[in-house]
Design a protein around this ligand. Structure first.
Ligand SMILES: NC(=O)c1ccc[n+]([C@@H]2O[C@H](COP(=O)([O-])OP(=O)(O)OC[C@H]3O[C@@H](n4cnc5c(N)ncnc54)[C@H](OP(=O)(O)O)[C@@H]3O)[C@@H](O)[C@H]2O)c1
Length: 256
């Protein structure tokens, strides 16, 4: 395989949207760093890729694993060449709760660590590499639930709302710092996408007897959800083709 000039780091690349994005970017010749906890799932994705890839099993909610991830990526870029041009904060969780009293604060902390703290800390860690690759792009995967409170969705909604605020903060801070080599940042709202993450969420919401479970289940049955490959193609076009002014600071969706 040829050595890619550009690399993308994708968190949550072992399944769903992240795995489809890895495939779509790889088909365009981008080297992909595949990150997630399940090594077997990452390797299965790697086997399907057209371009060079680096598998790094890591729990990105752990500061120790994030440090190991940084070391692995820096080592690969140093020995193999190429630049880290894209950072995609895709990994996310949002377990439903049966009711307010049953909303577990420990679960909220776990979701916050993955959905909010990890994108902040990974952006900080990879900022020098992204600046060396200027112009570089960061894409953060949000969720519509951030702005639509529904019963039992506090953990998912609160943390995705915080992620959206982190996106705004990064755009604001980078504009204030005014260094021309800082990355552009966008928030991507995928809408409903048929993935194992969504199916797991529906099953958990059904077990909690939550009203949105029936709606999601019906939407999946009626084919209203997009498939992950279609969403990944939209993300790839956003990362590789969208003019900078249409990317930086924008909330983007498939089909736009
Ligand atoms: N599907 C939808 O309809 C939809 C709608 C709106 C937003 N989203 C967002 O889209 C993103 C991708 O979701 P998806 O639907 O593709 O679900 P998914 O298939 O469950 O993907 C999530 C990925 O995150 C990884 N992950 C979870 N915890 C991790 C951790 N601590 N460290 C590293 N990786 C971790 C998982 O792999 P491991 O378990 O192996 O770590 C998994 O591959 C999420 O941010 C989700 O909130 C999805």
């Amino acid at each position: 395989m040829s050595r890619p000039a550009d690399w993308a780091l994708i968190t949550g690349a072992g399944s769903g949207i992240g795995a489809a994005l890895a495939q779509a970017l790889s088909a365009r010749g981008v080297g992909v760093v595949l990150v997630g906890r399940r090594a077997d799932r990452l390797r299965a994705v790697q086997e399907r890729l057209a371009a060079d890839a680096l598998v790094v099993p890591a729990d990105i909610a752990s500061a120790q694993d994030r440090a190991l991830l940084l070391t692995a990526v820096e080592a690969r870029l140093t020995t193999g060449g190429g630049k880290l041009r894209h950072l995609v904060h895709n990994a996310g969780i949002g377990p439903p709760s049966p009711d307010f009293a049953g909303t577990d604060p420990a679960e909220l902390e776990r979701a916050f660590a993955l959905n909010v703290t990890a994108p902040l800390a990974l952006t900080q860690a990879f900022l020098p590499a992204l600046r060396r690759a200027a112009p570089a792009r960061i894409l953060m995967v949000g969720a519509g639930i951030a702005d639509r409170a529904q019963p039992g969705t506090g953990i998912y909604g609160i943390t995705k709302k915080a992620l959206a605020r982190l996106f705004e903060q990064m755009v604001t801070d980078f504009a204030h710092e005014a260094h021309t080599d800082l990355p552009a940042v966008a928030l991507f709202q995928p809408g409903l996408v048929e993935t194992e993450g969504l199916r797991d969420h529906v099953a958990a919401a059904q077990a909690c007897d939550l009203p949105h479970a029936a709606w999601l289940d019906a939407a999946l049955r009626d084919g209203q959800a997009r498939n992950a490959a279609e969403v990944a193609d939209a993300m790839t076009a956003i990362l590789l083709e969208l003019p900078s002014d249409d990317f930086n600071g924008q909330v983007l969706r498939p089909g736009r």
